[in-house]
Ligand binder design. Structure first.
Ligand SMILES: [Zn+2]
Length: 85
């Protein structure tokens, strides 16, 4: 008898599972790249495993670009970079 290889779907960006089962992070604290104050962001895991958008700082009102990246386990990594207006 030949052993079957373990059938496991690799994670892939088109079919992002963490957004559907409630395990993905939905809130995260980031530091404003302009003023250094902490901002709490709401994340939308249903938007995909890689998201980019512009957010204004709640403290100094200056804009930054937010990059959100989810890993297959639903943990979010968030990067911010300053935008000039
Ligand atoms: Zn700020």
């Amino acid at each position: 008898m030949i052993a079957q290889p373990f059938d496991q779907d690799p994670p892939d960006d088109e079919d992002f599972p963490a957004g559907d089962d409630g395990t993905a992070e939905t809130e995260i604290v980031v530091i404003c790249p302009h003023c250094g104050e902490a901002n709490e962001l709401s994340l939308d895991a249903g938007g995909g495993s890689l998201q980019e958008y512009v957010e204004d700082c709640a403290v100094c009102c200056r804009p930054w670009r937010v990059t959100v990246r989810y890993d297959a386990a639903g943990s979010a990594e968030v990067f911010t970079e300053p935008l000039e207006d």
